[in-house]
Unconditional design. Sequence first.
Length: 369
Amino acid sequence: MLNLAAEHAALQPALDEALREVMASAAFIQGPAVATFAAELGEYLGGAHVVPCANGTDALTLALLSLELPAGAEVIVPAFTYVATLEAAALLGLKPVLVDVRPDTFNIDPAAVEAALTPRTGAIVAVHLFGQCADLEALKAISTRHGVALIEDNAQAIGATFRFASGETAFAGAVGEVGTTSFFPSKNLGCLGDGGALLTRDTARAALLRQLANHGQSRKYHHQRIGLNSRLDTLQAALLRVKLRQLPANTAARQAVAARYDAALAGVPGLTIPARDPRSTHVFHQYTIQVNEPERRDELQHFLSGCGVPTMIYYPLPVHAQPAYAYLGYRAGQFPVAENLCGTVLSLPIHPLLTEEQVTYVAEVIGGF
Ligand SMILES: *Cc1c(COP(=O)(O)O)cnc(C)c1O
């Protein structure tokens, strides 16, 4: 699915040097590389404030904490996502309200969001799933019209951009009140452990998030709020500085792999290749096809595996079918698009070092099946 060892081998001297510098400085927590990395990532993402934290799940928790919502406030989340998207809301005593996703892009359906709004709605969390922006035009309009905060879970779409009808273009994560991201090793910008960050264009909110991520303290031993211990290690920040330099080239390489898959798979009957929203760039965290007959999806996965091609199912269960979220009281059949996707999606190998021959081989195996 990915080849991190080879990606890192190509960067080994720079990664070694970063490690040595942090070891020598012994500034393991909040060392200088943290702020430098945040500034460099912010610059790459169009000048937004970046607040590093310990992981992408904490970033979601911190984003919600910064909204200072009343207990029990409703948080609208897509029914087809990684569980962290609603886990943060649930842990904070907020109420996750699920809505269905679009059958083409797999992203949260703005019409369903609008229908789910109540006077208790405190936030909408949009996920830019698999590397393509959700419909930020419609979501931003709903957020503004109803005075409900928009949070962007951008763990999978770092560097993707969205073009608004006004002609303005924005980076994923920099449109809503807060964007969140993850540096989990397998993400498009991954560190060598856990890491995450928040993104905002609002200077006051950036200061609040920075405080919340560091025990709510304004300065050492002076605590304004109840916060989290959620900091990005200096070591991870130093390694991420090296990996960030590679991100534009890696994104382009992923897009080239996706274009090759598109060309090779477009004519294969029984499959749907990923839909492209013309307003969004797609950074292809995943290349996810749909097998139109659900009963054949697992057969195809097995066949590919037998031919040496790993695949993954993101995600096999919609969140409302997870035992942990049974208390929300949803029933099977309430989110038909999400439920259908769980039975039909198949993510193929995609990473910057996947060769043309490998892509051709995967497509040939699928065609043979
Ligand atoms: C990876 C991911 C997260 C969580 O990030 P961690 O760093 O693993 O906590 C949240 N949301 C989505 C959509 C993700 O893909």
